[in-house]
Design a protein around this ligand. Structure first.
Ligand code: IMP
Length: 184
């Protein structure tokens, strides 16, 4: 019988890069830092759909200060390579004068992030910080500043914990490196 990882063929993955318990520990630590840094202030946490949805759900429960939640979506890549960025869903709330924390799944070239920073800064927010679960520093094409980073990862295509390849693998509880043959 074919070996499965959380329902997906084990052969789709080269390796598990970050197992679920390590994700849990790191997300809790990020939540503690964010709670400390924004103590006594109001915070709007913005989830960048869809890749950040699993991370966001866990991070929110690790943040122990009152906060509002909102969503944005961009279409920023086709297949495994990053391309042009376009706003697909905008915030519902007016964030002028608010402390905004942007929650990203992964910073790859950094183009999505610079685009979102530009849009949000133009809205006269009080402060804007970014929390990214993963960062691929070797791929940055624009100057990128990320205040909270979960893990620095090598230049490999990863899936799971919300990250997809053509909408697949988001429900994998760990982060895995996708095998080249599975990304064809
Ligand atoms: P950037 O604009 O190049 O930084 O790309 C950001 C977006 O590309 C992320 O929010 C992801 O949706 C997607 N992306 C980049 N690298 C990966 C990866 O290794 N796995 C899954 N999605 C990725």
């Amino acid at each position: 019988m074919k070996k499965l990882v959380h329902g997906w063929p084990a052969g789709d993955f080269e390796k598990i890069l970050i197992p679920a318990p390590a994700l849990r520990r790191r997300v809790r630590a990020l939540g503690r830092r964010i709670s400390r840094d924004y103590q006594g202030q109001k915070l709007t946490v913005v989830c960048v759909l869809k890749g950040s949805l699993v991370f966001m759900a866990d991070l929110l429960r690790a943040v122990h200060i009152p906060c509002d939640v909102d969503f944005m979506a961009v279409s920023s890549y086709t297949g495994t390579r990053s391309g042009a960025v376009r706003l697909a869903l905008d915030l519902r709330a007016n964030v002028a004068g608010q402390n905004v924390l942007l929650v990203e799944d992964i910073v790859d070239t950094g183009l999505t992030l610079s685009y979102l920073r530009e849009i949000l800064s133009a809205r006269r927010v009080k402060s804007l910080k970014v929390c990214a679960l993963l960062d691929k520093p070797s791929r940055h094409r624009a100057p990128v500043s990320v205040e909270y980073v979960g893990f620095r990862v090598p230049d490999r295509f990863v899936v799971g914990y919300g990250l997809d390849f053509h909408e697949r693998y988001r429900n994998l509880p760990s982060i895995a490196v996708l095998k080249k043959s599975a990304s064809k």
